[in-house]
Design a protein around this ligand. Structure first.
Ligand SMILES: Nc1ncnc2c1ncn2[C@@H]1O[C@H](COP(=O)(O)OP(=O)(O)OP(=O)(O)O)[C@@H](O)[C@H]1O
Length: 365
């Protein structure tokens, strides 16, 4: 069932977008600067007036509904906490404004702070928190309001790279069963947080689809710039093993899969080289595959190939120099070995329901 139906235009910004988010689904909104992503979130949250169209959440038309009555919470890049309130009071603010009693609101605030890992900081004010801690408090505050729809506007953009992985892990857990839209410039965020991707360019939707499909075979210029990743899904057994028996070693991320659990190996085509023969005794991954397509990509070539045979195909791609293509004399149909170092492969536990439950080799719907 659809939870958000959005079909609205903001004429003076030339942003006209149609968007649907189903109950429990997380959609990543991708696009270049100025594409209109924040405008869409602003319209949903009631902060930017739309010129025409309609927005409904849970079947309720939001026309004329003030922001605080929309059951929508917006988490911005900057935590935007109330500076004069403690972390706990910031989080209790939502329940309090819904009429929840002081005692109960405090208890709820502490439970949320606990859940996001900063219960020990409940009495601090925002200026006594690091960027990552403040963003955790902001997540707790957004969730404590019990929104029907959660909007996240590049929630990790303002954070140091070393705190982003832990926060991404937290968001994965938080978003697993929630209706949400996350604006991001990061392919990995889209992959790990979202079921579906909608790409906006110059105020219009140019592409949408299941995250893994869009990232693997992007059709819009923007998606192509951030994506084109190799994704191999399977069972975790010290390496990711597909149903077809392909095994990929790599570095487990902050979300390591448990033994026997579903996992996904992610690596860039640029880290893959193509050989006719497998290099003997090498610690690298060597994936036998059949070349399906060779396309020019600026001064390089993208070699598309399929590993795992016809019954369990795993599409893969390598980005190689023109010299390498010429030297190997590559043509579609050739049998090759795709070589990638384990250190270039990141391994993630497959939490999202779109990954794995059907036991498929490839990531997809
Ligand atoms: N407050 C505003 N008043 C008028 N026009 C605005 C305002 N904010 C943004 N715009 C314009 O609306 C269009 C969409 O901007 P928006 O901020 O929604 O894009 P975005 O995709 O969120 O970009 P970014 O990735 O840079 O945050 C742009 O042309 C922008 O210049």
């Amino acid at each position: 069932m659809s939870d958000l139906l959005y079909d609205a235009a903001v004429t003076d910004r030339d942003v006209a977008v149609r968007l649907r988010v189903d109950e429990g689904e997380t959609v990543a909104l991708l696009g270049p600067n100025g594409a209109g992503k924040s405008t869409v979130l602003g319209v949903i949250a009631g902060l930017v007036p739309s010129s025409t169209g309609q927005v409904s959440v849970g079947g309720r038309d939001l026309a004329g509904v003030p922001p605080h009555l929309r059951e929508v919470a917006l988490l911005a890049q900057e935590p935007l906490l109330f500076p004069h309130l403690t972390a706990a009071d910031n989080v209790a603010f939502g329940p309090r404004s819904r009429g929840v009693g002081r005692h109960e609101a405090r208890a709820a605030a502490h439970a949320w702070l606990e859940r996001v890992g900063v219960a020990a900081l409940a009495h601090r004010r925002p200026h006594q928190l690091s960027g990552g801690q403040a963003q955790r408090v902001a997540i707790a505050r957004a969730l404590a309001a019990e929104p029907r729809l959660l909007l996240l506007d590049e929630p990790m953009a303002a954070l140091d790279v070393d705190v982003a992985p832990a926060l991404r892990h937290l968001l994965r857990t938080v978003l697993a069963d929630r209706t949400a839209i996350v604006v991001t410039h990061d392919a990995l965020d889209a992959l790990l947080l979202a079921d579906r991707v909608v790409v906006v360019e110059a105020g219009r939707v140019v592409e949408e689809g299941p995250t893994a499909d869009v990232l693997r075979r992007p059709r819009s210029a923007f998606a192509a710039r951030i994506a084109g990743l190799n994704l191999v899904a399977g069972r975790w057994d010290g390496e990711v093993v597909t149903q077809g028996g392909i095994a990929v070693r790599g570095l487990p991320s902050e979300d390591p899969p448990g033994p026997g659990e579903q996992a996904v190996a992610v690596f860039s085509p640029a880290s893959v080289s193509v050989f006719r023969e497998p290099p003997g005794g090498s610690p690298r991954n060597a994936l036998p595959a059949t070349v399906t397509e060779i396309e020019p990509l600026g001064d390089r070539f993208r070699v598309r190939a399929v590993a795992g045979g016809a019954s369990q195909p795993v599409p893969l791609q390598a980005e190689v120099t023109a010299a390498a293509v010429a030297e190997l004399g590559l043509v579609p149909g050739d049998l090759v070995n795709l070589i990638v170092k384990a250190t270039e492969v990141s391994i993630h536990g497959a939490l999202r329901p779109t990954w794995g439950p059907r036991g498929t080799d490839t990531v997809g719907p």
